[in-house]
Ligand binder design. Structure first.
Ligand code: UD1
Ligand code: UDP
Length: 389
């Protein structure tokens, strides 16, 4: 039976899911004649989630508020499952949309499955092939794919991974990544930082490295190696400024403070709101990160990225030459960063802007696919094709 209005619940809990789901939520609201959007947040992250909800003016219908200091994977999974049971019983959505690869994602998809509710997976099909790298994200993605009814793959590579695992082609839509939708709405050449320190940095004449680190598999010695490489770089380059918005995880903060506290060329800040962070990426010389989202955003801004990991599920920008995997060995990070700071030719080669991950229309394609799936529209979403260099 065809319904004339469908209830679509988005479930998310961490900063990157919120940034990447915000454009989808806003697009769902544009179709409120046919869709009733419902927003449920787990608040696996609290402050870092709220930063994004405020920016995009999204008011959740349900908030599980599960975060606790030092939470384990067991804590997150059990609290999300338990909390969502009541939410799903109450809201009775036709479909739940989850995003990417966090433990909220997997537990959200599992809760929907237990309640026999259809699951749509946004940012589906990313794989490294190594179940412990990234940990636990690689397994979260695979388990979510097994539970999902519709798969919104950002790229053809991701689609290929899903086909390889036996997912039927008609259930996969290549949409581009919604992070590029969010980025397009946020980066502006005229942007002014409200933070005085960020506003007053001499972006034209200084070398600026923007750093973020948070991966569970990098906690401890790998992170220490990264920070030691940064120390070695500032000793070499008096005109280098490092801006490092430090993740809220106390395990990350402790090592950062031990290695990089009280160095005049290193600016340690709290996590930045998405708007200043995205605009800071746009002004940085170079980005060092173990983040997934940053690897997708920086190429479209033409910013070279050194990825502080041994594996990536995002090979497209590596192939395009904007992103290089450098791992977490101090000497490797130092050498590769130094090369980019001193060799104009190398820098220019990496700094060529490219858009392997999206064109800003991913959320429109996702909502179009949902309307088609529920027979509320005849229009097929078009297939996102990346620009060729
Ligand atoms: C989580 C995701 C990871 C994602 C990352 C994005 C899992 C298992 N991990 O990792 O996939 O890449 O988010 O940042 O799903 N904290 C706060 N305030 C906040 C956020 C975090 O205090 O706003 C602290 C809490 O003490 C919390 C700790 O950080 O216990 C770790 O948070 P958690 O979500 O468990 O892991 P992340 O490393 O953030
Ligand atoms: N980001 C942000 N403020 C910061 C650091 C990152 O808004 O201080 C944004 C960044 O632009 C990207 C997302 O957060 O969109 C990435 O989140 P994170 O690195 O925490 O997670 P991952 O993408 O690795 O899952």
């Amino acid at each position: 039976m065809t319904k004339d209005k469908i209830k679509i619940m988005t479930i998310f809990g961490t900063r990157p899911e919120a940034i990447k789901m915000a454009p989808v939520v806003l697009e769902l609201f544009k179709h409120s004649d046919k869709i009733k959007p419902i927003v449920a947040v787990t608040a696996q992250h609290r402050e870092m989630l709220d930063q994004v909800l405020n920016l995009f003016a999204i008011k959740p219908d349900y908030d599980l508020n599960i975060m606790s200091e030092g939470q384990t994977l067991f804590d997150i999974t059990s609290r999300v499952l338990d909390g969502l049971k009541k939410v799903l019983d109450d809201a009775k959505p036709d479909m739940v949309l989850v995003h990417g690869d966090t433990t909220t994602t997997f537990a959200g998809a599992l809760a929907a499955y237990y309640s026999q509710i259809a699951v749509g997976h946004v940012e589906a099909g990313l794989r490294t092939g190594n179940k412990f790298s990234p940990y636990p994200e690689e397994m979260n993605r695979k388990l979510t794919a097994a539970l999902a009814d519709l798969h919104f793959a950002p790229t053809v590579v991701a689609r290929g991974n899903l086909l390889h695992e036996g997912i039927e082609a008609e259930k996969i839509f290549v949409t581009g990544n919604t992070v590029i939708d969010a980025l397009h709405q946020t980066v502006k050449s005229t942007f002014k930082f409200s933070d005085e320190l960020l506003e007053n940095i001499d972006y034209r004449n200084k070398k600026i490295i923007l750093v973020t680190t948070h991966r569970r598999e990098n906690l401890g010695e790998p992170m220490r190696q990264v920070y030691k490489a940064l120390k070695k770089l500032i000793a070499d380059f008096p005109d280098l400024e490092i801006i490092f918005p430090v993740h809220k995880n106390p395990k990350v903060r402790e090592i950062v403070n031990e290695e990089l506290g009280n160095l005049p060329q290193v600016h340690l800040t709290d996590p930045l709101d998405y708007e200043p962070f995205a605009n800071l990426m746009n002004r940085a010389t170079l980005i060092l990160t173990d983040s997934g989202g940053v690897q997708e955003e920086a190429p479209s801004l033409g910013k070279p990225v050194l990825v502080l990991r041994d594996t990536t599920e995002r090979p497209e920008a590596v192939a395009a030459g904007t992103v290089k995997l450098v791992g977490t060995n101090m000497e490797d990070i130092y050498r590769e960063s130094r090369l980019l700071l001193t060799n104009h030719h190398e820098y220019a080669r990496m700094a060529e802007a490219c858009n392997p991950y999206g064109d800003g229309l991913a959320s429109k394609r996702i909502v179009q696919a949902l309307l088609k799936f529920y027979k509320l529209s005849d229009k097929e979403p078009d297939f996102f094709r990346a620009e060729r260099k």
